[in-house]
Design a protein around this ligand. Structure first.
Ligand code: ZN
Length: 291
């Protein structure tokens, strides 16, 4: 049995995951805004102890909403949590006495989709997670592609508007500043992205039109760079379902010009919120095998 943890910008979701990658028990706790690194670690440790009580554990996988150096297993930067250069594996091991593996949360989500979700059977896939931020992951020839320095692909921080809105990374005009839930909240002052989409035809037609245009630019850039057979949309906003994937496909088609991959399909992630938990556990399991 494994524990898979999906550390988000606003929530910590964790689950007990078995060898077949089925979640047998799960829980979600809110992160109190402004919590320190130590406070969040305390919550993770407490929840892990609770959920595994009386169960023999093989290890723990954690999906991190930021840049992970996969070789050193350290967090380089977590913009939405304000963390820089932290050794979460070392710090948690001191309290939990368990083997731990970390990976970027979008990479965990795509890994889960490849193993048992929307991407089963596909070898070249890009995933965008649309939530507090915009995460991304790339699968090339059947393997998660992390780049030369093994720190992962950050399509959410591609510039889509020169000198545009400020981004959590410190720069301006990133896809994340336009396609995240945070962007919709900033623009409308509504409490969450769902409320904005719910009023798509009444109050926020222009906002949503613009949202799709920016997202389509991001997807186009991803298609041009990686030539995937499949583009998956995950994260909280993907709850908009087929309505979102169909509309996005239309917007991407308008701007593909001669460069688009005619066969690239756009699908909604199949595993929903469970992808992060399953993928983190699977990453632990499969990296353990290689060690
Ligand atoms: Zn950015």
């Amino acid at each position: 049995m494994y524990i898979g943890i999906d550390l988000g910008g606003t929530n910590i979701a964790l689950g007990l995951v078995d060898e077949k990658l089925d979640i047998v028990k799960k829980k979600k706790v809110a992160i109190i805004q402004g919590s320190s690194y130590e406070e969040i670690l305390d919550v993770i440790a407490k929840e892990c102890k609770e959920i595994r009580e009386g169960i023999e554990l093989a290890g723990i996988g954690i999906g991190i909403p930021g840049i992970v150096d996969s070789d050193s297993q350290k967090i380089i930067f977590c913009d939405n949590l304000g963390w820089k250069n932290v050794d979460i594996v070392g710090d948690l091991k001191k309290v939990l006495m368990e083997d731990i593996h970390i990976a970027n949360d979008a990479d965990c989500a795509l890994y889960a989709e490849v193993l048992k979700g929307s991407a089963v059977g596909f070898k070249n896939v890009i995933l965008f997670t649309l939530g507090t931020g915009v995460g991304s992951s790339v699968l090339l020839d059947g393997k998660i592609f992390l780049g030369g320095d093994k720190r992962g692909i950050e399509l959410g921080h591609m510039t889509v508007e020169y000198e545009g809105e400020s981004c959590s990374c410190g720069y301006k005009g990133c896809l994340e500043s336009y396609a995240s839930a945070t962007a919709l909240i900033r623009e409308t002052k509504e409490p969450d992205a769902k409320t904005v989409f719910d009023q798509e035809d009444i109050k926020y037609k222009e906002t949503i039109d613009r949202y799709y245009k920016y997202l389509a630019v991001g997807v186009r850039n991803g298609i041009l760079a990686y030539r995937p057979d499949l583009v998956i949309i995950g994260g909280g906003i993907s709850k908009q379902g087929d309505k979102l994937s169909v509309r996005l496909r239309d917007e991407v088609k308008k701007i593909e010009m001669y460069f688009g991959n005619e066969t690239a399909t756009i699908k909604i992630a199949a595993l929903g919120n469970d992808a992060g938990i399953i993928g983190a556990a699977a990453m632990y399991r499969d990296n353990k095998k290689r060690r």
